[in-house]
Design a protein around this ligand. Structure first.
Ligand SMILES: [Zn+2]
Length: 470
């Protein structure tokens, strides 16, 4: 491979070393496994190719050097908005005989783990270091600001979550929004609004010694980016990190271009500079409310703006449990009902909406990862040394067959964490019966996990359910 001038003569600047060419192929060859050093090598080559204003050199691949019939494949360097330099193939010169036949901009594009064996995909993990909430000074956020988080047309493939989505999941999990306990079911917790909970959490979350998440996060969708950034400008900021902040709220409506929050004085509209991305299987913005996490910063000219945003389905405005789809909303409604029943029987249950993958050990000793739609945990009886009992609930929505098959394939892995109960949601004439069966099965399973004697359970069980359903 060689760098050549973008003028007519195509003078060769230099040949890439073998190691450099290998790095480019690992980094940009779709499906290749990139090594740690590759990103740096590629960034170095791109910096030679593009001076920040315009491309000065092309990268010409040597894989067709021996073939005089066609043009030699070339790539150029581009910068979109504030994003980093990256390769783009040149139309008409994009046919390779090497691994660059299948091209990706960078390894994160292979976020599609559809071909991985069930449970053997890269696990989704929370942000561990709160300093990672801040972008590095030179990178300015999402690599592909307008990219789709989850693929537009309802495709069922598993895609890797963008960093902003991972930050959103981390914040929601840590602030306790993905967990509901039977202890929360009465007025007590509901009287604390989600915004108050978020603020309480954020002021405790240290990013540096001098900076908490509360300093750089707002829940007020109506705030003007200029006013917000003026506050951020006053803060003591860690070196090497870009000044920025977060807006986190539950929106009444979301489209690809704007998130809207209704207020007493009219709708507050948040319009990021790039398209709003959306997580989960709910890709059509059709089932509000949604959690929205937006990034505010200054653009290259120093103008404050909402740079990008990520949305995730929420259960209800005042109970915004993060969900993946409206099918899950349907299932959760039934599960909360069952939690009310078991609470009356003195059983404590914690419902979790897992936002990250759990590791399980398979029978052959290897590890795999899974994430059920919901998990219900019952603490072991007092005095028992046993682990909490766990029940997994899987919502089988009216998804593509391929997606449902994938799900079933992961169920054998999930069973290592607990018994699975499936809930089919199709919204047809039999849905009420399915919901009823789900509630009865979950109720019985929870009492069993809690060690409530079966005979006592049977009689009370039915009367309790029928009473509650009237
Ligand atoms: Zn090539």
């Amino acid at each position: 491979m060689r760098l050549i001038k973008t003028n007519e003569k195509n003078t060769v600047l230099r040949q890439l070393t073998t190691a450099e060419a290998e790095s480019v192929r690992r980094y940009c060859g779709a499906g290749m496994k990139a090594e740690e050093k590759d990103a740096q090598v590629v960034a170095g080559i791109l910096a030679e190719m593009h001076n920040g204003k315009e491309p000065r050199y092309w990268l010409e691949c040597d894989c067709l050097d021996g073939d005089p019939s066609g043009p030699r494949p070339r790539m150029t360097a581009r910068i979109y908005g504030d994003g980093p330099r990256h390769f783009v193939r040149i139309v008409g010169r994009d046919k390779h005989s090497c691994v660059l036949k299948a091209f990706r901009t960078d390894p994160s594009e292979d976020e599609d783990d559809a071909h991985a064996e069930p449970g053997k995909h890269r696990p989704l993990r929370p942000i561990r270091n709160s300093l990672d909430y801040l972008d590095k000074a030179h990178e300015a956020g999402g690599k592909r600001p307008s990219g789709q988080a989850g693929s537009g047309s309802g495709t069922s493939r598993r895609r890797r979550l963008p960093k902003l989505g991972r930050i959103l999941y981390t914040l929601l999990e840590q602030a306790g929004f993905s967990t509901v306990s039977t202890n929360d079911l009465d007025a007590g917790k509901k009287s604390v609004s989600p915004w108050v909970r978020l603020k309480r959490f954020a002021v405790e979350e240290e990013v540096t010694e001098a900076l908490t998440l509360g300093n750089m996060m707002t829940t007020e969708a109506w705030i003007k980016p200029g006013d917000f950034m003026a506050q951020v400008d006053k803060l003591q900021w860690p070196k090497g990190k870009k000044r920025m902040g977060y807006l986190l709220f539950v929106a009444d409506g979301v489209s690809a271009s704007a998130a809207t929050k209704f207020t007493k004085v009219g709708p507050a509209v948040v319009s990021p500079a790039s398209e709003i991305r959306i997580g989960g299987r709910d890709q059509n913005f059709a089932n509000p409310p949604y959690w929205v996490l937006a990034v505010m910063d200054r653009d290259d000219s120093g103008i404050a703006r909402v740079r990008e945003a990520f949305a995730q389905h929420a259960f209800k405005m005042l109970e915004p449990v993060p969900l993946d789809s409206s099918y899950e909303r349907h299932t959760l409604t039934s599960l909360l009902k069952v939690m009310e029943w078991v609470k009356k029987r003195g059983v404590t249950v914690t419902l979790k909406k897992p936002l990250f993958d759990s590791e399980v050990t398979l029978a052959d000793g290897t590890t795999a990862h899974c994430r059920a739609d919901f998990e219900l945990e019952v603490p072991a009886p007092p005095g028992s040394m046993a682990a909490p009992g766990r029940l997994l609930i899987e919502t089988m929505g009216a998804d593509l067959q391929e997606y449902l098959e994938q799900k079933v394939a992961t169920h054998s892995i999930m069973r290592r964490r607990g018994r699975i109960i499936e809930h089919v949601v199709r919204h047809d004439g039999e849905q009420a019966d399915r919901d009823d069966r789900l509630r009865k099965r979950v109720f019985a399973a929870l009492l069993e996990l809690a060690g409530v004697p079966r005979q006592e359970q049977a009689g009370a069980d039915d009367s309790e359910i029928s009473k509650s359903e009237i």
